[in-house]
Design a protein around this ligand. Structure first.
Ligand code: NAD
Length: 381
C-alpha cells in the first residue's frame, strides 16, 4: 500500500500537508513525455483511450474492431482563489465541515476522552493518501507523491466558505444543534463560526419532511419556483464572488434529501421547458433543481450531495447547452459507500436482502426521511 501523504519522503507539511500561501510553489514533479506540454499557465496533455466495438454478423459471428478516441486535457497551473457555497450550510454536514476546515487552517489540537486530538485530513482520500508515480530510476524503489499534488489543486484550508440555509442559526449554534463535535473543539472555533450566518434560502415544503418546517425561519417569500428565486440565488453567487475577490465559486447541495420530482413532458424535460416552468411557478420544480439552474446560468459548478433526482432531463440539457459542470448523486462516503459495495456483493452472490439499516455518521436525523417520498429515495437501489 502506498504510504500516507504526511509520511511521504521529501514532502514536509507545515499545516496538514499545506504550506500556507504556497499556491505558486513549484510543481511536485514534471512529466517528461511527448504528449505532455507545459506552458507558463497550463499543462496540456493528450491521451488515447482504447476500446473495442463489437458488431454481430447475421450468422451470429462477432466482429471486434479496436477503437481509439483521443482526448485533449488542459489544466491551469495557477491555483485560483475558490469560494465554496453550501446549500444547507447550517446542517450536520455543513457545520461540521466548516469547523473541520477552521480546525485544520488554525492547526488546532483539543482534549478528548481518548487523549489529545489534532486536526488532520486523514478522512479525505485526496488529502490523506499517496499515489505511486513510478519506480526510482536508480534503486527501483516505489516513488509516491501525495494525491493532491498530482495536479495543481486548491487546498481545502484555502476555501472561502459561505452558503444558504432555511434556518437562520449562526454556524456556531448550528454546530451545537448538530451534536457531532467534541465540546473542547467547539470552544476553539466558536468565535469565528458565530460570525458566519447563512443566506436566506428557498423553501418548498412539499419537497422535504414536514418536521423541517420548525427550523425554516430564514426563507425567501413563495413556496414554488419563480423567476425571483432564481435571480436571487444567481445574485447571491455573484455577490459572494465579488465581495471575497474570488476567481471561482463551487456550489454544493448538502441540504435535506428531497422527494423525487416527477418527470413531466413539457415541464422539466428540456432546457427551455424547465426555464419556462420556473418562470411559471410549476409545483414540480424542486429547490435543488432551481439551485442547479442558477449555477448553470452563472457557469458555476454545482455538486449534488443528496440522492434525489435534481438533475431532471431539463437540467442536464441546460448544463450541456451552457457547457457548465454539474455532478454528484449523494455523498456516498464512509459507511454509505461500504453499504453499497456490500449490497452489490451479496446480491451477486445470490443473497437477496430484505433490508439494510445504518445511520448517517454526522448527526442522525432519521426524521428527515420520515415522509414517504423521501424514504423511497433513501431506500432505492
Ligand atoms: N450526515 C451524513 O453523514 C451524510 C452522509 C451522506 C449523505 N448525506 C446527505 O447529505 C444531506 C445533508 O445531511 P445532513 O446530515 O447535513 O442533514 P441536516 O438535516 O443536518 O442538514 C440539512 C440542512 O439543510 C437545510 N435545508 C433544507 N432545505 C433547504 C433549502 N431548500 N435550502 C437551504 N437549506 C436547506 C436544513 O435547514 C439543514 O440545516 C442529506 O441529503 C443526507 O442524506 C449525509
Amino acid at each position: 500500500m502506498a504510504p500516507h501523504a504526511e509520511t511521504n519522503g521529501g514532502y514536509s507539511p507545515l499545516i496538514n500537508g499545506h504550506h500556507p500561501g504556497d499556491s505558486s510553489r513549484e510543481d511536485q514533479f514534471i512529466v517528461n513525455a511527448p504528449n505532455v506540454v507545459y506552458t507558463d499557465s497550463t499543462i496540456k496533455s493528450s491521451y488515447i483511450y482504447h476500446t473495442t466495438k463489437v458488431t454481430r454478423g447475421s450468422a451470429g459471428t462477432l466482429e471486434a474492431v479496436p477503437v481509439e478516441t483521443e482526448f485533449d486535457f488542459k489544466v491551469e497551473r495557477k491555483i485560483p482563489k475558490v469560494g465554496l457555497m453550501l446549500v444547507g450550510w447550517g446542517g450536520n454536514n455543513g457545520s461540521t465541515v466548516t469547523a473541520g476546515i477552521l480546525a485544520n487552517r488554525k492547526g488546532l489540537s483539543w482534549a478528548t476522552r481518548e487523549g489529545v486530538q489534532s486536526a488532520n485530513y486523514y478522512g479525505s482520500v485526496i488529502m490523506g493518501s499517496t499515489v505511486k508515480l513510478g519506480s526510482d530510476a536508480v534503486t527501483g524503489d516505489d516513488v509516491n507523491v501525495p494525491f493532491h499534488k498530482l495536479l495543481p489543486m486548491i487546498h481545502p484550508n484555502d476555501f472561502v466558505l459561505g452558503g444558504w440555509d432555511i434556518s437562520g442559526l449562526n454556524l456556531a449554534d448550528a454546530m451545537d444543534r448538530a451534536k457531532v463535535l467534541e465540546p473542547t473543539l467547539k470552544i476553539l472555533v466558536r468565535k469565528e463560526m458565530e460570525q458566519m450566518k447563512p443566506l436566506p434560502s428557498i423553501y418548498y415544503p412539499d419537497f422535504i419532511a414536514s418536521n423541517q418546517g420548525d427550523r425554516a425561519d430564514n426563507v425567501l417569500e413563495g413556496t414554488t419556483a419563480c423567476r425571483e428565486h432564481l435571480e436571487k440565488i444567481r445574485n447571491d453567487i455573484r455577490d459572494f464572488k465579488q465581495r471575497n475577490e474570488l476567481d471561482k465559486v463551487i456550489v454544493l447541495w448538502t441540504a435535506n434529501t428531497e422527494r423525487y420530482a416527477d418527470i413531466i413532458t413539457g415541464v422539466n424535460d428540456t432546457a427551455e421547458n424547465i426555464l419556462a416552468s420556473i418562470q411559471n411557478g410549476h409545483p414540480e420544480i424542486s429547490p435543488s433543481s432551481v439551485f442547479a439552474v442558477a449555477c448553470i446560468l452563472e457557469n458555476v459548478p454545482f455538486i449534488n450531495g443528496s440522492p434525489q433526482n435534481t438533475f431532471v432531463p431539463g437540467v442536464i440539457s441546460l448544463a450541456e447547452q451552457h457547457k457548465s459542470y454539474i455532478g454528484g448523486d449523494d455523498f456516498k462516503s464512509g459507511q454509505t459507500k461500504m453499504k453499497s459495495a456490500l449490497v452489490d456483493f451479496l446480491i451477486s452472490a445470490g443473497i437477496k436482502l430484505t433490508s439494510i439499516a445504518s445511520y448517517n455518521h454526522l448527526g442522525n436525523k432519521a426524521q428527515a426521511v420520515s415522509i414517504q417520498g423521501n424514504l423511497k429515495i433513501k431506500c432505492r437501489r
